[in-house]
Design a protein around this ligand. Structure first.
Ligand code: NAD
Length: 238
């Protein structure tokens, strides 16, 4: 039997990394790791207290590299899907961690940036950066070196690679959203676009998300259980 799909697009959110020990972003009380989102995830918050914001991401960056933080069964299943699926697979992630890459995926679009990279605040050049960033750490790309900042898209900034994302969604015949609350736009609107272009749409989450009524198919449970089961189904028809 051949797979009914040739272009799969998967949107992931903080829920896929929850079972790896990374806290999700709690939309209900607006706190992320006990900090106010406006303080640590907006350009205004960074301008008001750069040391506090750098420290917040330094802690997250350091934790991500602890031995206990590893890709879980959901990340590994998506890695296997990429290795064995004969069509194309694009992962669009809102996550800033590198667990998809460590799970074996190579075609990953980090629309909200990456924790293990730093960006020059003047030229926007991005470099690998695994250690802390502090006020006074300067880039090496500008004539007058400028302050480095976390390579994170904060609220009010434009998500990355939207042109590539739009093309992938246009071609998708299967669109799956995994572990995302459907509260953060533009990602929350991707399901509508995918449906409009004719994709089958599937939500995998612990509970119905805010975008739940946009999906044709829904599976509720842990990503570590539901995602491997989906991958088995998709590969069975290869
Ligand atoms: P969110 O925290 O708003 O929503 C997470 C969703 O995942 C919820 O709907 C929840 O029910 C679900 N969930 C939790 N545990 C799950 C599990 N084990 N299996 C399946 N589903 C599970 O996350 P979001 O929608 O991605 O939006 C939050 C924003 O915060 C994003 O912009 C993202 O960049 C950022 N963020 C990223 C990380 C990360 O990189 N891992 C962590 C926290 C926040």
């Amino acid at each position: 039997m051949t797979s009914p799909y040739t272009n799969i697009v998967i949107l992931t959110g903080a829920g896929i990394s929850a079972e790896s020990g990374i806290q999700t972003f709690r939309a209900v009380d607006g706190l992320w790791e006990n900090c106010r989102v406006e303080d640590v995830a907006t350009p205004e918050g960074f301008a008001a207290d750069p040391d506090f914001v750098q420290d917040f991401y330094n802690q997250r960056r350091s934790k991500l590299q602890e031995i206990t933080i590893q890709p879980n069964a959901a990340h590994l299943a998506l890695g296997e899907l990429e290795a064995r699926f004969s069509g194309s697979l694009t992962i669009i992630t809102q996550n800033i961690d590198d667990l998809h890459e460590r799970g074996g995926n190579t075609n990953v679009i980090h629309m909200h940036g990456e924790l293990l990279k730093a960006r020059c605040s003047a030229s926007e050049e991005v470099v690998e950066h695994k250690g802390d960033i502090v006020t006074g750490d300067l880039c090496s790309c500008c004539k007058t070196p400028a302050q480095l900042r976390p390579h994170i898209v904060w609220f009010g900034e434009t998500p990355l690679k939207m042109d590539v994302i739009e093309l992938a969604i246009e071609k998708a015949d299967l669109f799956v959203a995994i572990g995302t609350s459907g509260n953060v736009y533009p990602a929350a609107g991707f399901v509508q676009a995918a449906k409009m272009y004719g994709a089958h749409t599937l939500e995998i989450n612990l509970e119905p998300s805010a975008a739940e009524n946009q999906f044709e198919e829904k599976r509720y449970g842990k990503a570590s259980v539901e995602v491997p089961a989906l991958v088995v189904e998709l590969l069975a028809s290869e």
